[in-house]
Write a protein that binds this ligand. Structure first.
Ligand SMILES: [Zn+2]
Ligand SMILES: [Zn+2]
Length: 73
């Protein structure tokens, strides 16, 4: 069976705990905001430089960096 490595922890991700986002594979538990570690879902995350952020921290970053790729889902 082909198990892909998690983009954050590097361990294999089985289908039951898999999230496919930002062209990468994540454990559900590993898919959290880079800053506050809040757990995210495919419905409420925002990606920046291939990393997931919560809406609040993305907004803060956007003030510093205008290279945003906001996703409306
Ligand atoms: Zn992981
Ligand atoms: Zn956050």
């Amino acid at each position: 069976m082909n198990v892909q490595p998690c983009a954050r922890c590097g361990y294999g991700v089985y289908p039951a705990e898999k999230i496919n986002c930002i062209d990468q594979t994540w454990h559900k538990a590993c898919f959290h905001c880079e800053v506050c570690k809040m757990m995210l879902t495919v419905n409420n995350f925002v990606s920046h430089e291939k990393k997931p952020y919560c809406q609040a921290h993305f907004n803060i970053m956007e003030d510093h960096c205008l290279d945003s790729q906001k996703k409306e889902r």
